[in-house]
Design a protein around this ligand. Structure first.
Ligand code: HEC
Length: 152
């Protein structure tokens, strides 16, 4: 047997044993992500959206925007306590960013991205989380991901 395979098996076996004894059996109810965790993924998309747009990688930017939007929709659906007004005020900036991406308009992208970020902060302020302040990122923490389009 290959050495790496043995190492892998050694790593896997203890958790198989744990499964039998019940410690990692998934709960029967459906998993509801915590709001802060959904927001953390929204933050990730917010960062990646910026670097994709700045790199004129419009396909990636469109993808990240879809992910960001899905995260906000999920938050609104799961957490009814979120102020509906602040969810709906995100519709316009999200649409403007989508339009900028569609038009491959870097200048407009920069402008409407700022509006999007203000929308994030407006909700945080209205809900007693004014200390969570988003801004335009200045360096990508994702050094393992290429933001420039392939071949550029
Ligand atoms: C409709 C309201 C609303 C909108 C819109 C909103 N957030 Fe949030 N966000 C919240 C709430 C509420 C919390 C605090 C969650 C908690 O206390 O568990 C939060 C928390 C966060 C956090 C902190 C997570 C952590 O654990 O560190 C980040 C980051 C964040 N939001 C990013 C964003 C970004 C980026 C956007 C915009 C693209 C956004 N949020 C839009 C309501 C919103």
């Amino acid at each position: 047997m290959k050495r790496w395979l043995m190492v892998l098996m050694v790593c896997v076996v203890p958790s198989a044993v744990a499964a039998q004894s019940g410690v990692n059996v998934p709960p029967s109810g459906s998993y509801v992500p915590r709001l802060g965790d959904i927001m953390n993924t929204v933050q990730t998309r917010h960062v990646k959206l910026w670097f994709a747009g700045k790199s004129a990688n419009w396909e990636l930017a469109a993808y990240e925007l879809r992910q960001l939007k899905a995260g906000l929709v999920e938050a609104a659906m799961l957490y009814e306590g979120l102020p509906v007004n602040n969810v709906t005020t995100m519709v316009q900036p999200v649409q403007s960013v989508a339009d900028a991406i569609e038009a491959k308009d870097g200048k407009k992208f920069t402008r409407v991205y700022a509006d999007l970020t203000s929308g994030c902060n407006a909700c945080h302020q209205s809900i007693g989380r004014g200390f969570i302040v988003l801004r335009t990122p200045d360096a990508s923490p994702f050094s393992d991901q290429q933001f420039a389009p392939q071949g550029k």
